[in-house]
Design a protein around this ligand. Structure first.
Ligand code: GLV
Ligand code: GLV
Length: 325
């Protein structure tokens, strides 16, 4: 009998754990390696006690009710869980879990890949070379921006924001940050990071990297008004969630030179990307790869599996977001 529904193929590490703990018959993993259509999701969750789902799937009251009252846990294969209606789950006694910690370093590394690529025009340079336009070294060719010794601003100083800050020491950067919650003085000292208000973050950052969760307070935290306050030489990087930035406004801001460049791993309406960005040389665009390393995805799948196993065995899942107390 199927007890666990996995919405698309996940790394074997996670699947093996589920099968070993619950039996191979207990797990149904959809084989198509593509986003599950809404109607298929509503159909396949029926009767499941656990769902291992993706960040691109909206897990709302309708899905929970389509599953049935035996549903015990929704395990997201992501640290961000803005796709899940946690309140609806809580009122139904369903556990919601995520995959924190194991993807912190991979995501921080990718943020730095975007920072360096945007500052040094890596994507543009590569396109230039591959288009066979390169006539040889030039003293004024494709000049980017030095980041050594500049100011790194971090919006959202959770685990990932802090890991990005740690890496800034290697570039001798001053780190400033803004977050709804200020860090303790000890952590601020260890990271050499200074808390500032959002206005100061906008005005002072040479590189501004976004690491907040998506919620009603952070949705469209960056619009035209914010870009107007940034330096014309600034670089904006987003590896968090697309809707934190109003993508249309960012596109116009780049076109009009309000800021120098952007490095994006996430988009407002994934997988769609604002058409203007597609033609914008100063935008470095990646397809949501923050946690995409073999090691990290194995660890995420294992964590999601362990959360499911705990819930189905009547224990508190290690990464429960909906548990009280
Ligand atoms: C990826 O975006 C995640 O939230 O894990
Ligand atoms: C995500 O886990 C973050 O803390 O930034």
């Amino acid at each position: 009998m199927t007890r666990v529904f996995v919405t698309r193929p996940v790394p074997d590490a996670g699947l093996r754990l589920l099968e070993a703990a619950l039996g191979a018959d207990a797990v149904f993993m959809r084989q198509e390696d593509s986003a599950i259509p809404r109607n298929a999701l509503l159909e396949h969750v029926g009767g499941a006690e656990a769902v291992l789902c993706m960040l691109s799937e909206r897990m709302d009251a309708e899905v929970m009710d389509a599953a049935g009252t035996q549903l015990k846990v929704i395990a997201n294969l992501a640290v961000g869980y803005d796709n899940i209606d946690v309140e609806a789950a809580r009122t139904r006694g369903i556990h919601v879990t995520n995959t924190p910690d194991v993807l912190t370093d991979a995501t921080a590394d990718l943020a730095w890949a975007l920072i360096l690529s945007a500052a040094r025009r890596v994507g543009e340079g590569e396109r230039f070379l591959r288009a066979d336009k390169w006539q040889g070294w030039g003293p004024k060719q494709l000049l980017g921006m030095s980041i050594f010794g500049k100011t790194l601003g971090i919006f959202g100083m959770g685990r990932i924001g802090q890991a990005v800050a740690q890496r800034a020491a290697g570039f001798n950067m001053d780190v400033i940050y803004h977050d709804a919650n200020r860090l303790s003085p000890e952590v601020e000292t260890a990271l050499q990071a200074t808390f500032v208000d959002k206005e100061t973050l906008l005005a002072s950052s040479d590189v501004l990297s976004i690491h907040c969760p998506l919620n009603p307070q952070t949705r469209h935290a960056f619009t035209w008004t914010a870009f107007e306050k940034m330096k014309p030489t600034a670089i904006l990087v987003n590896t968090a969630r697309g809707p934190v930035v109003k993508e249309e406004d960012l596109c116009r801001a780049l076109e009009q030179g309000l800021i120098f460049a952007a490095g994006l791993d996430v988009y407002e309406h994934e997988p769609a990307v604002c058409p203007g960005l597609m033609h914008q040389e100063r935008a470095v665009l990646l397809p949501h790869l923050g946690s995409a390393t073999t090691e990290t995805r194995d660890a995420m799948a294992s964590l999601a599996a362990n959360n499911i196993i705990a819930a189905l065995q009547g224990r508190r899942p290690p990464n429960c977001l909906s548990c009280c107390g």
